[in-house]
Design a protein around this ligand. Structure first.
Ligand code: ADP
Length: 391
């Protein structure tokens, strides 16, 4: 009997989980390494109902993966790690499905670093660290972009001279592992409601996707994970003229603009307080209220835009930390949307029930599970007969 490990590496964190490698993968343990590249890196392990924290001191991605290896040893209890599944932000135009990571593939993925400079290098650093720590394991890459590769050309391009499209300046779309999981769950819950679906993944990162018969046809995120909805610290949709202004009038360099758009904007920038929706809901300042109002306004606008791209809407699904738990935010988003068939059942919404609507459009709350999508892909690569797309 072997296990699979999933790794989800961010710039300063690595989330991990251990699953049994069988037809119905069970999560045996999970955890997170946090504050990498600071003197206070730490590892939290959740196992057998207990949560333990280990201080790591200064640690990079390699040290973080080694610490995960140590932490999961008692969980494995002598079982092999047969495969490791990695969340990788960018599969470029090449990958529309998970892939076994060998040297050739890793070189191709490194070529996409300019497309996701804040995420792809960290993802690949974790892969290299995992290869060093588990040289016998099959390493599998699962891409945030893969789910969206079938977009029609009008939703894949920008209106720039053609050569930029050819060199990869496209609307890739992200959060694909979450959309994969949620659409798979919806297909089981309500196969009839799968025709025209909008999924709102509202977490610290946020995006929305339109699906026709389970396939992504449009998404609010595009070339980078900045576009579309405002997020915890990211700006969301922005007139490119603002960038020209920041460069020519404020004399800002690329790395300053990058920090502004990725780290200082969104809910945090608007509220001047926090990137965290719960903190803003609890705060009694005009700025916090306006930050929430902007977030709600943009989600409502995108519901309309994505429904238009589908020619209507049968199902709206909320997922992600805000989407799954934020009853007040969901209520504000759906307020006055009866004209398009969206009417919430106030009590069901308050309970974050599976089905929270009474109108012609089914509105659902589905808890996402990106780790399970990665684990299934890793198990499929092990040849255990489990498809990454099926549960
Ligand atoms: P990430 O994108 O980092 O995975 P999550 O999906 O965990 O983030 O979402 C984090 C967001 O969810 C935070 O803004 C947090 O405040 C919000 N959130 C969590 N629980 C609630 C709640 N009960 N009400 C409103 N927002 C919530």
């Amino acid at each position: 009997m072997s296990c699979v490990l999933t790794l989800n590496a961010g710039s300063s964190s690595i989330k991990f989980s251990v699953y049994s490698a069988d037809d119905a993968p069970a999560e045996l343990a999970s955890g997170q390494v946090e504050s990498l590249y600071s003197p206070t890196a730490s590892l939290t392990l959740k196992w057998q109902g207990e949560k333990t924290k280990t201080e790591l001191g200064q640690a990079d991605h390699t040290a973080g993966v080694r610490a995960i290896l140590d932490a999961v040893a008692p969980v494995l209890d002598g079982q092999d790690v047969g495969a490791i599944g990695h969340r990788i932000v960018h599969g470029g135009t090449i990958y529309d499905a998970p892939v076994v990571l060998d040297e050739t593939v890793l070189e191709k993925l490194a070529a996409f670093e300019p497309l996701a400079p804040l995420h792809q290098p960290q993802n690949l650093a974790a892969v290299r660290a995992a290869i060093a720590a588990f040289p016998e394991a099959v390493q599998v890459g699962c891409f945030d972009t893969a789910f969206h590769r079938g977009h029609p050309w009008v939703n894949d391009t920008f209106a720039l001279p053609r050569k930029y499209y050819e060199q990869g300046v496209r609307r890739y779309g992200f959060h694909g592992l979450s959309y994969d999981y949620v659409s798979g769950q919806l297909a089981k819950l309500d196969p009839e409601g799968m025709g025209r679906v909008v999924i709102a993944h509202l977490g610290n990162g946020a995006s929305m996707t339109a699906l026709r018969d389970g396939k992504s046809v449009a998404s609010t995120m595009g070339f980078s994970a900045l576009d579309g909805l405002p997020m915890g610290t990211r700006c969301g949709q922005l007139d490119p003229g603002v960038l020209l202004y920041l460069m020519s009038h404020e004399g800002m360099e690329a790395d300053q603009i990058s920090d502004l758009l990725y780290n200082q904007s969104g809910l945090k920038g608007l509220s001047g307080l926090s990137n965290d929706m719960r903190t803003l809901e609890a705060a009694d300042t005009d700025e916090a209220k306006e930050a929430i109002a902007y977030f709600v306004f943009r989600v409502r606008r995108e519901i309309g835009a994505l429904a238009a791209s589908l020619g209507g809407i049968d199902t709206l699904v909320f997922t992600g930390g805000i989407g799954e738990n934020g009853a007040n935010v969901r209520a504000k988003i759906c307020e006055g949307m009866d004209w398009m068939g969206i009417t919430l059942d106030a009590a069901a919404n308050q309970d974050s029930a599976d089905l929270i609507s009474t109108g012609s459009v089914s509105v659902r709350v589905i808890r996402t599970n990106e780790e399970l999508v990665i684990a299934r892909a890793a198990i499929a690569a092990l040849g255990a007969g489990v498809s990454a797309a099926a549960e």
